[in-house]
Ligand binder design. Structure first.
Ligand SMILES: [Zn+2]
Length: 293
């Protein structure tokens, strides 16, 4: 049986970790989080996996890292190859990835398939350029893309205020924070570029986080139907990079946020950029229009 990859794209703090976990559970798949960061956050810095182990001790990632192999000597080479996957390159043309990078990614996902019990792989790496390489070069025409969009004011609020720590083998580090203007620009460009995955995906599904929160069961059912149904196995989660809430007993929860802590102009800017981007996305995608709110 061949690998089945469901790639979640979208901006950070959009709810992709909780979506990945719930989808893997529904699909009988394995949620492996932000695989994009395997060489640095996984192999080298050892961010704690959602199973409670560091990647080199985790029952899945340990085998994958050993079999690849991905030792510390290989990390720099991998990072150099990965630098071809920058979001902005999708605006004017993505450079061809090196053959070595494509070969390595093929091997990586095939090992995840093997060690994950032949389950569908849910990858919440999000970076559109990385998803483009996966869907066009690594597994052409076989990657299902799920584009998750969360309203910009909510994302901006989370980027501005939320402080969370990330446990790693070297100690705890803080999640990055960003101002509203920077978040607005990045959110807009990234979501615009993520829509380009329609060209190379086996299926492309646009999902608004706010709609997902309203009817999670219905959304998950229709996603499962689009990506080929459930394999009837128990879902697994081995996420070393994603929302730190994955490490809490209750897991990451679906929630909205209070926008009141954004200033007047911050709210105006975020709402304007949000509506303009969603309108542009709707125009480029015809009937699959995300509603601007
Ligand atoms: Zn694990």
């Amino acid at each position: 049986m061949r690998e089945r990859v469901i790639f979640i794209t979208g901006y950070a703090r959009s709810g992709s970790t909780v979506l990945g976990d719930l989808l893997a559970r529904k699909l009988g798949g394995i949620h492996v989080g932000e695989v994009f960061y395997l060489p640095d956050r996984g192999a080298r810095d050892q961010w704690l996996c959602s199973c409670g182990q560091y990647p080199r001790s985790c029952q899945i990632w340990r085998k994958v890292l050993d079999d690849l192999p991905l030792g510390l000597d290989d990390v720099d080479e991998w990072l150099r190859d990965r630098a071809a996957c920058r979001t902005r390159y999708l605006l004017w043309g993505l450079p061809a990835p090196s053959r070595r990078f494509v070969r390595r990614l093929r091997r990586l996902y095939s090992l995840l398939h093997e060690h994950g019990g032949c389950r569908p792989i849910v990858d919440s790496s999000k970076y559109p350029a990385y998803g483009y390489v996966l869907a066009s070069q690594v597994f052409p025409g076989r990657v299902h893309v799920l584009h998750l969009i969360r309203d910009l004011p909510q994302v901006a609020l989370s980027q501005k205020y939320r402080v969370k720590t990330i446990p790693t083998a070297q100690g705890e580090i803080l999640m990055e924070r960003a101002g509203v203007l920077r978040t607005s620009l990045h959110w807009s460009v990234l979501n615009y570029c993520a829509a380009k995955l329609t060209r190379v995906a086996a299926t492309y599904t646009l999902l608004r986080y706010e709609e997902f929160v309203q009817e999670p069961e219905q959304c998950l059912k229709s996603i499962c139907a689009r990506v080929g149904g459930s394999g009837g196995k128990e879902g697994l989660s081995h996420v070393f990079s994603g929302n730190p809430g994955r490490l809490e007993a209750a897991g990451v929860v679906l929630q909205g946020q209070d926008k009141s802590r954004l200033g007047f102009w911050e709210k105006r800017v975020a709402n304007l950029v949000c509506k303009t981007t969603l309108r542009a996305l709707g125009q480029s995608m015809g009937s699959r229009t995300p509603c601007a709110r």
